[in-house]
Write a protein that binds this ligand. Structure first.
Ligand SMILES: Cc1cc2nc3c(=O)[nH]c(=O)nc-3n(C[C@H](O)[C@H](O)[C@H](O)COP(=O)(O)OP(=O)(O)OC[C@H]3O[C@@H](n4cnc5c(N)ncnc54)[C@H](O)[C@@H]3O)c2cc1C
Length: 510
């Protein structure tokens, strides 16, 4: 058995800047303490979960490549292992005993929560102190939501930690090799225009958003066209911790203060910036607000947040209808062009703006009347930025199973007119409709049959006829939801949910 080491366990925190566990370990090492093993573990059980995908893996690998470079520039290195936990720790511990284990606290799905519990038991059994640091505004074992927003702001204003200057690592521990998708049993898949992983990429994305791209954010964020460059596109960097939420918050706050100063001095060239940065800052607080819900109630990954909605959708269709609807939605073949364009876009690129994510989920939940769980798994596997805490809470909110949020049943017809009036997005992602002029893209089935034949776009042959009729499906869903919400149990349970999860700052507005 060799000399002890400090293990910095890297999870969703793939950076060197503003990394408390790394800084803490380096401080101890600088005072004669043990060297550091910055360790990332690829767990086959994590990669076997359907929500995790080859593009997410590729993004993580790029983040790790970048991290290795940063660590080497500081005299350190990155250590990689493939295997389950705590077995990987046990093997390393036998080689070099852990003086302590340091990591960020993770708000994850069941698979990582269970893993963390096994690690905790292992640490206890081996007498290894495990020091966890917070990296978001999420609070573990939160007793009440009262005062949460103030606490979030306080955490976000803590000073940023510079990257350590020197990271001493043991010279005789094998660095390990980054695995391929195949080796982890992940189905290979590549994305179009995927965002590259890495801390510097994340920092550059933040800078370009706050300085150049974000001027029209407030308007751009609703449309899938302008949103592509007008949204911050920080989500995968935040999800895998390539940039810290604290840094994003502080830079946005600094930018806002600078803009206000310019406005006061009459030097503000583009007034749109002020509203855009304010809007961006409020979204940043939503990030942790939604993650806190899963932290407080891990069961909402699998079951309705408000149990009064149990049974509403589960057995609504026979199995063949349920499967056909789910498959058409997943494949982007519902007959509603904007829904189909979104589903194809997210599968191909890994990203969609918030409004379109909300619309496709609402369409599956209301018009198609499907339970949210299968759509949630499918979308998680599509999103490059899959973040369980945001994802499952949003899925429940957009399908109306919280009981505390306003019912939002989007009309894909209206959304087409509002957010893709020229049809650019639909034409890109639904090529079989390219010959159809924009004026017909909201309701292609109403295009006169002669014109359909002349254009070579026959609805029902070249492109599906609508899977359900929007107006009647909308009415039916609304009636069912309102009836469910009227039920006494729903009201009682809603109060319960509101107490546990509601935003105290601005109740009922998300
Ligand atoms: C059904 C559904 C599922 C979602 N799943 C995820 C997910 O798995 N991972 C994820 O990061 N976001 C998720 N979102 C939230 C949101 O759509 C994305 O964060 C956003 O589209 C990412 O693009 P952006 O970074 O350019 O966002 P911007 O609009 O630039 O926002 C900046 C950041 O604020 C946070 N944010 C923005 N909107 C929200 C929101 N509504 N709720 C919580 N945080 C928000 C994100 O961290 C985002 O990166 C989901 C939304 C819905 C409706």
């Amino acid at each position: 058995m060799g000399a002890p080491v400090q293990v910095v366990w890297l999870k969703r925190d793939l950076r060197v800047r503003d990394h408390r566990p790394l800084v803490k370990a380096c401080e101890v090492a600088a005072h004669g303490g043990p060297p550091i093993v910055p360790l990332y573990v690829f767990e086959p059980s994590y990669w076997a979960v359907r929500e995790h995908s080859a593009p997410q893996l590729a993004f993580i690998v790029e983040c790790l490549d970048a991290l290795r470079e940063e660590l080497r520039a500081r005299g350190g290195d990155l250590f990689v292992r493939v295997g389950e936990l705590p077995e990987v720790f046990e093997a390393l511990h036998r080689e070099r005993p852990f003086a302590r284990l340091l990591s960020h606290r993770e708000t994850g799905a069941r698979v990582t929560f269970d893993r963390d519990q096994r690690v905790e038991a292992w640490c206890e059994a081996r007498n290894v102190p495990w020091e966890e640091s917070d990296q978001t505004g999420v609070v573990r074992r939160l007793a009440s939501r009262d005062g949460w927003a103030a606490r979030w702001t306080k955490r976000m204003r803590r000073p940023l930690l510079p990257a350590p200057e020197h990271v001493p690592v043991p010279g005789d521990v094998d660095g390990g090799r980054l695995p391929t998708a195949d080796a982890l049993g992940v189905t290979p898949r590549t994305l179009v225009e995927r965002q590259p992983g890495g801390e510097r990429e994340g920092l550059a994305t933040l800078k370009s958003f706050l300085r150049v791209r974000g001027a029209n954010y407030r308007a751009d964020m609703s449309t899938p066209n302008a949103g592509w460059t007008g949204c911050s596109r920080l989500s995968p960097y935040l999800a895998f911790g390539a940039v810290s939420m604290k840094r994003v918050h502080q830079e946005a706050e600094r930018r806002q203060q600078a803009l206000k100063r310019k406005q006061r001095d009459g030097r503000l060239d583009d007034a749109r910036w002020l509203a855009s940065v304010a809007s961006f800052r409020s979204r940043l607080s939503w990030h942790c607000h939604f993650m806190q819900k899963l932290e407080d109630e891990p069961a909402l990954e699998f079951q309705n947040m408000n149990r009064a909605f149990d049974g509403l959708r589960e057995d609504a269709h026979d199995e063949a209808t349920r499967r056909a609807r789910l498959e058409a939605w997943r494949a982007g073949r519902t007959g509603y062009p904007l829904v189909d364009a979104c589903m194809r876009c997210v599968a191909a690129t890994g990203w969609l703006n918030f409004r379109m994510r909300a619309m496709v989920v609402a369409f599956a939940s209301y018009q198609l009347w499907l339970h949210w769980r299968e759509p949630a798994v499918h979308l998680a596997g599509c999103f490059l930025d899959y973040e369980p805490g945001i994802h499952f809470s949003q899925m429940q909110m957009q399908s109306g199973t919280t009981g505390i949020n306003a019912l939002r049943i989007y009309s894909p017809i209206k959304q087409t007119r509002d957010n893709d009036p020229e049809g650019a997005f639909i034409h890109r992602w639904v090529p079989e409709l390219r010959a159809l002029p924009a004026a017909h893209l909201d309701k292609p089935w109403e295009t006169p049959p002669l014109l359909q034949r002349q254009l070579g776009v026959v609805i029902g042959a070249d492109y599906p006829a609508p899977l359900v009729e929007h107006a009647s499906a909308y009415r039916e869903a609304k009636q069912k939801m309102l009836a469910a919400r009227r039920r006494l149990e729903a009201r009682a349970a809603s109060e319960n949910v509101m107490r546990r999860h509601g935003s105290r700052k601005r109740p009922r507005r998300f």
